[in-house]
Design a protein around this ligand. Structure first.
Ligand code: DGT
Ligand code: CA
Ligand code: CA
Ligand code: ZN
Length: 589
């Protein structure tokens, strides 16, 4: 079992325990363990095999969980899980796919109404029986009904960040035309730049909540109103996505933005820090802690300290403002308290794009069109990296066709020179395949002539961890390989990563001065943030590349930059923020 399998298993156990009404601390222990494991780069098997270390050294893993990890590693099974599965009806997992229904609510429904399928829940909602269940009510019933169709759709998955971003920009543009809207911003996972986004959250500064909510309901893309309260509303928008909108007073806007940006874990940690400092934080503001105020009172009794801007909110608890991409409840609060937050890389720092395709293989646009588009985007250098011959589906280049393309690039570079100046330098590159049997798809004497070599693994993705890791390390050790493309091969919502010892890959990259890619394609975002952070720690330079297959494809650079920011990377960690001369100094000799 891989780390990801074990993390999923622990999440699953937490859900099952919670459904059964299990001890909250026990449920939390499994969720925390799942989180720790999900963020790990080295494999649990490796930690266990190391005689100098113990699984219990990991945050949130005690003797009992270490035992369970051991069983999962050895047998792939866990008696506890089998037992829980027997006692919890299968429909529970189907019902939990409905946005807003967690294990506890599902249990109430199953117990009270004998729900045994999505269909029977739909009928119960239509007949008004869900509204009568304790803890539900008419509004929740309407929201569930609206979400059932969503859960039923087999291809329902969380939106990719970029898909969500399109909708967010549309909502902002529509809402900003409303005169009662003083400020509106997107919050939630979209603002944190997560790879995928569940629902969209907005916070509005206004004194007329009703007019603001009317405006959202009147949007041409709004297909249903799921919830309508005094200051919050939820509607269904394009692509079935839920949109949550919250209206607050001017003085609470920053506090609400902070709260609804999350993440939940970040907020929990911020709240506990605030308490240590005699303060309490909620979505309305920071307050002095009144001795008799309960922890989660909607309006604490103490006096108001801050709330208008996020900077004020963080400042009030002694922190510098934390970039949303870092708000995942890891070590960002400690870093903010010590003034040690990283100075995150920005799109404007990027000078070059070192992975793209043309009509010579599977790109939509010609070499000349790609170069023109790159100049228009202000890039100083690009590498043309079409596929090599093994990728027959894309009519990959053999040596002869590659040399023909490189001659065209030479001529193009010359034609760009004006008064001894060149607006962009086009590097002669190749995306060379790592062959199934090992080795690269073009001979070394060809690769030696390239300015830039991306090595990628496209075939034999089901091979063993040992094989795949060995193939990649072999490519890393090749003196002509500049960077490893999309190092784990995953496609979000579509294909899991291949089984690779990423720690060994990072170590080999560090040893040889090979770069690792953050592929900016919104489906890939590969390396992920944990791996990219580990690469930085190992002193490996990252290259953020678009892998564009068209001129439009060059615009996804911002998605890769977001991923790098979530990994805590600074401009200095990214090789393609350098000038071309600077980049060349970092490359293998
Ligand atoms: P998503 O929508 O699944 O991609 O993820 P988020 O992070 O956007 O989650 P969402 O929409 O449920 O809530 C937005 C933010 O609101 C979340 O990141 C933190 C805050 N929030 C929501 N519910 C709770 C809660 O029960 N406790 C705390 N502390 N914060 C919450
Ligand atoms: Ca959300
Ligand atoms: Ca939400
Ligand atoms: Zn490519």
């Amino acid at each position: 079992m891989t780390n990801a399998d074990i993390a999923t298993t622990f999440e699953h156990i937490a859900d099952l325990l919670e459904y059964q009404g299990g001890n909250v601390f026990r449920v939390r222990a499994y969720r925390n363990a799942a989180r720790t494991i999900g963020a790990m780069v080295e494999s649990l098997a490796a930690v266990r095999a190391d005689s100098k270390r113990s699984l219990t050294d990991l945050e949130g893993i005690g003797a009992d969980l270490a035992d369970k990890i051991g069983s999962l590693l050895d047998t792939g099974e866990l008696p506890l899980l089998a037992e829980l599965r027997k006692s919890v009806p299968a429909v529970v997992f189907e019902l939990m796919r409905i946005p807003g229904l967690g294990p506890k609510k599902v249990k109430l429904l199953v117990d009270a109404l004998g729900i045994d399928s999505l269909d029977s829940l739909e009928t119960a909602c239509q007949e008004g029986r869900v509204a009568d269940v304790k803890g539900f009510g008419a509004k929740t019933q309407a929201a569930i009904l609206g979400n059932i169709g969503f859960a039923k759709s087999p291809d329902h998955a969380r939106l990719l960040w970029e898909e969500a971003d399109v909708i967010v920009q549309d909502v902002l543009a529509w809402m900003r035309e409303c005169p009662q809207v003083r400020q509106i911003e997107g919050a939630g996972s979209w603002r944190r730049g997560r790879e995928t986004v569940g629902d969209l959250d907005f916070v509005v500064d206004s004194t007329d909540a009703s007019a603001v909510m009317d405006r959202l309901c009147a949007w041409k893309e709004t297909s249903a109103v799921l919830v309508r309260g005094d200051t919050k509303t939820s509607v269904r928008g394009p692509r079935g996505v839920q949109i949550d909108l919250r209206v607050v007073d001017h003085g609470s806007f920053g506090a609400a933005m902070q709260y609804f940006t999350g993440s939940k874990e970040h907020n929990v940690r911020l709240r506990s820090l605030a308490r240590e400092r005699g303060l309490t934080i909620n979505e309305y503001g920071v307050y002095e802690l009144a001795s008799d105020a309960p922890d989660d009172a909607p309006r604490a009794k103490g006096s108001f300290v801050a709330g208008a801007t996020e900077k004020d909110v963080y400042g009030a608890v002694g922190l510098s403002w934390v970039p949303p991409e870092l708000r995942e409840g890891r070590d960002e609060i400690v870093a903010a308290a010590h003034g040690q937050l990283p100075n995150l890389v920005e799109l404007a720092d990027i000078r070059g794009d070192l992975h793209m395709h043309t009509t010579a293989t599977d790109g939509e646009d010609t070499l000349a069109e790609m170069v023109r588009a790159a100049i228009a985007r202000g890039l100083h250098y690009i590498a043309i990296t079409d596929h090599s011959q093994r990728v027959t589906m894309a009519r990959g280049l053999d040596k002869r066709r590659l040399f023909t393309q490189w001659e065209a690039i030479d001529r193009l570079n010359e034609s760009l020179v004006e008064n001894g100046q060149q607006p962009i330098v086009v590097l002669k590159g190749i995306e060379v395949d790592m062959l199934e049997k090992g080795g690269l798809d073009l001979p070394d004497d060809v690769l030696a002539k390239a300015d830039w070599v991306v090595a990628s693994l496209h075939y034999g993705q089901n091979q063993s961890r040992e094989r795949i890791t060995a193939r990649i390390i072999e490519a890393i050790e090749n003196p002509h390989v500049s960077v490893i493309g999309h190092p784990t091969g995953r496609l979000l919502n579509r294909r899991p990563p291949y089984d690779v010892d990423i720690e060994a890959v990072i170590a080999a990259a560090g040893r040889t001065g090979t770069f690792l890619e953050i592929n900016a394609n919104p489906w890939r975002l590969d390396l992920n943030e944990h791996h990219a952070a580990a690469a930085k720690k190992a002193g490996v330079q990252i290259v953020i590349s678009t892998d564009a297959h068209s001129t439009r494809g060059l615009d996804v650079m911002r998605c890769g930059v977001l991923q790098a920011r979530r990994a805590g990377l600074e401009a200095g960690d990214i090789a393609n923020t350098r000038t071309l001369a600077g980049l060349r100094k970092l490359m293998k000799p």
